[in-house]
Design a protein around this ligand. Structure first.
Ligand SMILES: [Zn+2]
Ligand SMILES: [Zn+2]
Length: 438
């Protein structure tokens, strides 16, 4: 399930840091002591053998990303567990769920156990495995979910394709419910999703084949009706339309449902397809501004529970192509917080505390259980951020093995300066300043 860190790191006191954790009602400047991999104490004038003066910096519970493609096994030229987890750490993430659309697909217990062994050796962050819902993600034969769970899978998903037939999806929900495995659903109806971008004015002007918003909405509605009936624990990922967000809202309280949206659907629109660049192909596609705003309102109100990146590395040979031929997907880990801080918090559209909740405690509770946050006795999974730093995203500064970020060349505010998992510094943007002796 997670990487092994057997040697507990030395005690560390972070002094004068602004601790913000809405789930623990923490919002103010304080000291924090980390000991034996756990948060030991939050208070004033704490002392310890090692310290970090963090004046002007913010400390959040570690970010959690329930949707990432680390391309292992099969496409290690695009990303590996090592590089994907390093990119996650550089983005402030301390826990990540790996999606199963690899080669081979994660649909057999031996693939799950093999991945877990590699995670143990290679991952800097806590990494969890999503197994497939159906063999080969084909939406035909159910996987042996119980055996996949015994092998260590955390959840199941047909991400990348989605499950097309309602009767098949209903059976999958019933089986998943009996195992208590959460299902992550990529909601897309392939009889409607026949294009490569959103079917709207931008697609028409660019002469590109479009997929309507209904391709997502119809599949979301079907999934939610079935979730309500079966009682399965369902998480709808990458919600990108106002109507799908509203549907999630209607089914809250009627089904065991949570949902996320992505940084790119919150910050970018389908106007980018006028460039005709394959970089901007993503699934679900970038939507018009009305959907972007609707999804943003749903995140603000909590109808959409949290943010997930859908980190999807691709080799340049799959992205430096016309839109129709390009592979869908963007990098996500390294830019999620800075992009959302710059484009939503600094513009007054979302509060900093809601953004922190949507990137840490809310997905953290979904993945790691109640109590995820900064409190004595909790694992010291923490993200240290400089909110005043302005920087420009350059290709050569990306930690990921791929460089298909839609934010390249953009000026962003807020920089991750330290990421800790179990009290161990797994990403250090501060150099020697970190952990000096008192
Ligand atoms: Zn997907
Ligand atoms: Zn995905």
């Amino acid at each position: 399930m997670t990487n092994a860190r057997t040697n507990a790191p030395e005690e560390l006191v972070i002094r004068g840091v602004h601790i913000l954790d809405p789930s623990s009602n923490l919002d103010g400047i304080s000291d924090i002591r980390l000991s034996a991999g756990l948060v030991n104490e939050v208070g004033k004038n704490l002392r310890g053998p090692r310290y970090l003066d963090a004046d002007g910096l913010y400390l959040f519970p570690g970010f959690v990303d329930v949707h990432a493609h680390w391309r292992t096994p099969g496409r290690e030229d695009e990303e590996t567990i090592e590089s994907g987890s390093a990119a996650a750490a550089a983005g402030g993430f301390t826990s990540v769920v790996m999606m199963p659309n690899t080669d081979p697909v994660v649909d057999k217990p031996v693939v799950v156990s093999g991945l877990l062994r590699r995670i143990e050796k290679e991952s800097r962050v806590r990494a969890y495995v999503s197994a497939a819902l159906h063999e080969g993600l084909k939406g035909e034969r159910l996987t042996e979910m119980r055996l996949l769970q015994e092998a260590g899978a955390f959840c199941v998903s047909d991400d990348g394709l989605g499950t097309q037939k309602a009767g098949v999806l209903r059976n999958a929900m019933l089986y998943a419910k009996s195992t208590r495995l959460p299902i992550i659903l990529h909601c897309e109806d392939h009889t409607l999703a026949t294009g490569v971008v959103h079917d709207g004015i931008a697609a028409a002007l660019a002469g590109l084949p479009g997929s309507p918003g209904s391709a997502e909405d119809v599949a979301t509605a079907t999934a939610l009706v079935l979730a309500a009936e079966t009682g399965a624990k369902v998480h709808v990922t990458h919600v990108s339309t106002s109507l799908s967000a509203a549907l999630v809202g209607f089914f809250k309280g009627r089904a065991d449902v949570t949902a996320d949206t992505t940084p790119h659907h919150l910050t970018l629109t389908d106007e980018l397809v006028s460039t005709l660049e394959g970089l901007y192909r993503v699934n679900p596609p970038l939507r018009p501004d009305g959907d972007r705003l609707g999804v943003g309102d749903a995140l603000k109100s909590g109808i959409l529970d949290f943010v997930a990146t859908d980190h999807a590395p691709h080799d340049a040979s799959e992205k430096d192509l016309p839109l129709e031929e390009a592979a869908p997907g963007f990098l996500g880990h390294e830019t999620a917080f800075p992009a959302l801080y710059t484009k939503l918090v600094q513009t007054g559209k979302l509060s900093l505390s809601r953004l922190v909740e949507a990137m840490s405690s809310s997905p953290g509770q979904w993945l790691r259980g109640k109590g995820y946050g900064i409190s004595p006795g909790a694992p010291a999974d923490l993200t240290l951020v400089d909110l005043s730093d302005e920087w420009i995203l350059r290709e050569d500064s990306l930690v990921s093995r791929s460089s298909n970020s839609p934010y390249l060349g953009q000026k962003l505010t807020a920089r991750i300066v330290g990421t800790m998992v179990g009290g161990e510094l797994i990403y250090n943007g501060l150099g020697a300043k970190f952990g000096a002796r008192a």
